[in-house]
Design a protein around this ligand. Structure first.
Ligand code: S3P
Length: 165
C-alpha cells in the first residue's frame, strides 16, 4: 500500500488525480470532501449555507485528524491548509504531501458556473485572486513537492507523481 496526500486549490484536479493514482498504485483513494459529506449526511454546500464556514472548518479538521495517517491516497479540500493545526496534522502524517498547483485563471475557467463550490460562488474575481495568493505559500509550506498542473492532463500528473515518489 502507498500513503499519499494531495493538496491544492479547488479545481486543481485532486479528486481525479487521486483516483488515477489509486488505480496505478493498486490502492484506495479517500476523498476528504466525500468523507465529510457522508458523515454529515448532506452536501458541503448545504452545510456551509446553514452552519457557516467556521463550523465546516471544525468538522474538516476532525475528519482530517481521523484520516491523515491512513494507508490510502487522500485527496483534501482546497481550504485544508487554512488552519495551522491542519498544517501540523499534514506534516506529521508520515505521507508525502503533494501540492497540485494550478494558476488562478485556469481554475476560474475550469470551475465557471460550478454550483458545488460554496466558497467560490461567494467571491468576486479580486477576492478569489487574493485567496489564491494567500493560500499559495501555505500549500508550499506543507508540500514535499509541487506539480504545476495547468498544462498537464490528469494522466500526465499521475505519471509525474509516480516518478517522484
Ligand atoms: C473548499 C474547497 C472544497 C470544499 C469546500 C471548501 C475551499 O473542496 O472542501 O467547498 O475552501 O477551497 P475542493 O478543493 O475539493 O473543491
Amino acid at each position: 500500500m502507498t500513503q499519499i496526500i494531495l493538496v491544492g486549490f479547488m479545481g486543481a484536479g485532486k479528486t481525479t488525480v487521486g483516483a488515477q493514482l489509486a488505480l496505478a498504485l493498486n490502492t484506495y483513494q479517500r476523498d476528504l470532501d466525500q468523507v465529510i459529506e457522508q458523515q454529515l449526511g448532506e452536501s458541503i454546500g448545504s452545510f456551509f449555507a446553514r452552519e457557516g464556514e467556521p463550523a465546516f472548518r471544525l468538522f474538516e479538521t476532525k475528519m482530517l485528524r481521523e484520516n491523515a495517517a491512513l494507508d490510502v491516497i487522500l485527496s483534501t479540500g482546497g481550504g485544508i491548509v487554512m488552519q495551522a493545526q491542519n498544517r501540523d496534522i499534514l506534516k506529521q502524517s508520515g505521507a508525502p504531501v503533494i501540492y497540485l498547483k494550478t494558476q488562478p485563471e485556469a481554475i476560474l475557467q475550469r470551475l465557471r458556473g460550478n454550483l458545488d463550490r460554496p466558497l467560490l460562488n461567494q467571491l468576486d474575481r479580486e477576492s478569489f485572486l487574493d485567496l489564491w495568493q494567500y493560500r499559495e505559500p501555505l500549500y508550499q509550506a506543507v508540500a514535499d513537492f509541487t506539480i504545476v498542473t495547468d498544462k498537464l492532463t490528469p494522466t500526465e500528473i499521475t505519471e509525474q507523481i509516480i516518478n517522484q515518489l
